[in-house]
Ligand binder design. Structure first.
Ligand SMILES: Cc1cc2nc3c(=O)[nH]c(=O)nc-3n(C[C@H](O)[C@H](O)[C@H](O)COP(=O)(O)OP(=O)(O)OC[C@H]3O[C@@H](n4cnc5c(N)ncnc54)[C@H](O)[C@@H]3O)c2cc1C
Length: 456
């Protein structure tokens, strides 16, 4: 055991993995970042989470909180500190079957959540990847395959169990600790450690899934028409598209998901997408929802996906914005762009109801560069589109700093988030780099990370 981890309390022995342990190689890093923590603690229950926070504070060890390890900034590991890895807190329990209420522990992966809910004919819209953890996604937002029909993941959260920085366990919902409940839905990373969420699932067994590859016109019209159609389409339709360069032009790989139990209902909603550009491939199938976030996605995170990611929210992607987004891909920066549909149920929620205030935008645009392209290349490629964005989403930002904070939590929301982070964590034990722009207190750089390149 390393010197830094002296005097580990009895309640935690056996749950700590240190550099000499054979499991350390698989636990030290995140999806985007290789790191060297002094130890990784794997609590099996809430009492051990409490003990871990107390221990780290007594030993003055920086804490990194990890659920699935997919966070883009790499802040769910550190150098020289303690990682509290919740992967053993991964139960999914039905609380009330008729209303579809589930208790989901933060360390579960969304693939396992989908699998656990499938026998009930229920789903929780989460994200597009089964290996992403519940804790990071459900404290930031959750833009999933059914986002326009079900809303963000946080919009279906009915209660949370949080261990605060002083070791207190609090259950927060709309009536009890409403300020904490507000904070955790959008800005949870600085509030404490959420050990479990109560989430209301929606009825859905199968979904219509269309996969298309389309040539994207260099003047931006394909992107404009994609976003224009999605902004006013029936809310059963949600879609994502990856835009990537192919020689001097760009291709758009679209996955459109219809919350419908029959192809007869799904096909007409997808059809208008066939008219936005030259279609190179297309198929539409009716699939069980878990095939979108399958357990085949599960894998260890060992720093395998480096890069830089940022994003912007758009109410409208008009000619100029759509051209700027397309040029980010075809220009010298060679960014990879993802488009995600929003609107629908997301915009039914009042902007002040949660710490995710962006309730009028219709499209999320995510921009990434991967080595050998640098973060500076991303900035150059993204600058023109960034100037037209109206806010951004915390979970697709790999370089958290105060400028990103202002885009993510604008105006009154930002003031309330700051005030509440200070109230629940006065000593800054979990202080997000969004406030400081500094590397985490362990000295780990937060300047890397992003989602996977192409998904098909
Ligand atoms: C391949 C890939 C696909 C993605 N797809 C989507 C998508 O479709 N939709 C979408 O919305 N997002 C998506 N994301 C972004 C994702 O929501 C964030 O990266 C999220 O933070 C990952 O959650 P995690 O638990 O795996 O992360 P971790 O790396 O474990 O955590 C990230 C940060 O979240 C905070 N955190 C984690 N757990 C807790 C907790 N229990 N309590 C309090 N704070 C906590 C910590 O500050 C931590 O540093 C994707 C990311 C990747 C890499």
């Amino acid at each position: 055991m390393s010197r830094a981890l002296a005097r580990v309390p009895d309640s935690l022995t056996g749950q700590i993995v240190t550099p000499g342990d054979r499991r350390y190689a698989q636990l030290r890093s995140t999806y985007t970042t290789t790191a060297s923590p002094a130890g990784v603690l794997l609590p099996k229950n809430t009492a051990q989470v409490v003990a871990a926070i107390r221990y780290a504070r007594e030993q003055r060890l920086p804490i990194a909180v990890r659920s699935g390890g997919h966070g883009l900034s790499g802040a769910s590991s550190n150098n020289g500190g303690l990682v509290i890895d919740l992967s053993m807190l991964n139960r999914v329990q039905v609380l009330h079957e008729r209303s579809g209420l589930f208790r989901v522990e933060a360390g579960a992966r969304w693939a396992n959540v989908a699998k656990a809910l499938a026998p009930y004919g229920l789903v929780i819209s989460s994200g597009d990847h089964g290996n992403v953890g519940v804790g990071g996604l459900a404290t930031g937002g959750g833009v999933g395959w059914l986002v326009r029909s079900s809303g963000l993941t946080i919009d279906r959260v009915r209660a949370v169990e949080v261990v605060l920085a002083d070791g207190t366990l609090v259950r927060a919902d709309a009536e009890h600790e409403p300020e904490l409940f507000w904070l955790v839905r959008g800005a949870g990373a600085g509030a404490g450690i959420v050990v479990a969420f109560e989430i209301e699932a929606t009825e859905q067994r199968s979904v219509g899934v269309a996969q298309l590859v389309i040539e994207a016109h260099p003047d931006g019209r394909t992107v404009r028409d994609w976003a224009g159609y999605l902004a006013q389409a029936p809310r059963e339709l949600s879609a994502a598209a990856v835009l990537f360069s192919e020689g001097r032009s760009a291709l758009m790989s679209i996955t459109a998901v219809v919350a419908a139990e029959s192809l007869r209902r799904a096909r007409p909603l997808v059809e208008p997408l066939l008219a936005i550009g030259k279609v190179l491939e297309h198929r539409t199938d009716l699939l069980p929802y878990p095939t979108l976030v399958p357990t085949a996605h599960l894998h260890p995170n060992v720093g395998q996906q480096r890069g830089t990611t940022t994003n912007g929210l758009f109410t409208e992607l008009g000619d100029a914005a759509a051209r700027a987004v397309t040029r980010a891909v075809t220009g010298p920066g060679r960014a990879v762009i993802q488009l995600r549909s929003l609107g629908g149920a997301v915009n039914d929620v009042a902007p002040e109801a949660t710490a995710y205030p962006h309730r009028h935008q219709n499209t999320l645009v995510i921009a990434s560069t991967f080595p050998p392209q640098s973060g500076a290349a991303l900035d150059a490629a993204w600058r023109s589109a960034a100037g037209r964005a109206d806010g951004s989403y915390v979970n697709f930002e790999s370089r958290p700093d105060p400028a990103a904070f202002a885009r993510i939590y604008p105006g009154e929301t930002g003031a309330r988030v700051r005030r509440l982070w200070r109230r629940y964590d006065p000593d800054g034990v979990f202080r997000p780099a969004l406030l400081t722009g500094q590397p985490t207190r362990s000295g780990q750089s937060t300047r890397s990370g992003q989602p996977h390149r192409r998904r098909r």
